[in-house]
Write a protein that binds this ligand. Structure first.
Ligand SMILES: CC(C)(COP(=O)(O)OP(=O)(O)OC[C@H]1O[C@@H](n2cnc3c(N)ncnc32)[C@H](O)[C@@H]1OP(=O)(O)O)[C@@H](O)C(=O)NCCC(=O)NCCS
Length: 144
């Protein structure tokens, strides 16, 4: 029987390495990139310290989600649950908590990106009431 799962804000920097390992082992659905270095995560935490959540089971970090709110829209990044603990409701608990925290901040609408072909994630989000949007997403690097 698994121990109870607690969803709470990350303790940084102590838990950074465990979360990075979780992301690196999450599969193609989580792209670990230039925004995930300690320097960049510190910028993120300076803005939304209460929206970077982890799922803790015993002494282990077994899930994470990174939320953001720019005053108009919310964004969700890097939802991940350790592979051997999936389909037990941990992803659901992480999303419920981050969505609740965004709502409390006055956020009315929230977006997230799903890698093309990540059908399990799409099924998961649709079960939670998320709808795929008919939109072209554009991006631009500003630092290189
Ligand atoms: C997506 C992910 C976070 C879901 O976490 P999880 O803890 O397994 O999800 P839950 O157990 O809370 O599932 C919630 C619901 O989604 C469903 N679901 C979850 N994974 C599913 C899958 N692979 N296929 C079908 N349904 C799935 C569950 O059955 C459950 O439905 P129910 O309430 O009717 O039983 C997890 O699969 C994961 O870490 N994937 C790799 C990383 C990734 O792709 N992240 C998304 C980035 S956009």
């Amino acid at each position: 029987m698994n121990q109870p799962v607690i969803v709470r804000a990350i303790r940084y920097p102590e838990e950074y390495a465990a979360v990075l390992t979780l992301w690196q082992n999450a599969g193609e659905g989580v792209h670990v990139g230039m925004s995930d270095t300690p320097e960049e995560i510190e910028k993120k935490l300076a803005r939304d310290p209460d929206l970077f959540l982890v799922a803790e089971m015993g002494d282990d970090i077994v899930g994470s989600v990174l939320g953001g709110f720019d005053g108009r829209r919310g964004l969700i990044y890097h939802l991940a649950v350790r592979a051997d603990l999936r389909q037990q409701g941990i992803g659901d608990s992480l999303m419920a908590e981050v969505e609740g925290r965004l709502r409390e901040k006055g956020c009315r609408k929230v977006y997230l990106l799903v890698t093309r072909g990540n059908t399990p994630a799409m099924v998961f989000y649709e079960k939670r009431g998320w709808q795929e949007m008919d939109i072209h997403l554009f991006g631009k690097n500003l630092q290189d």
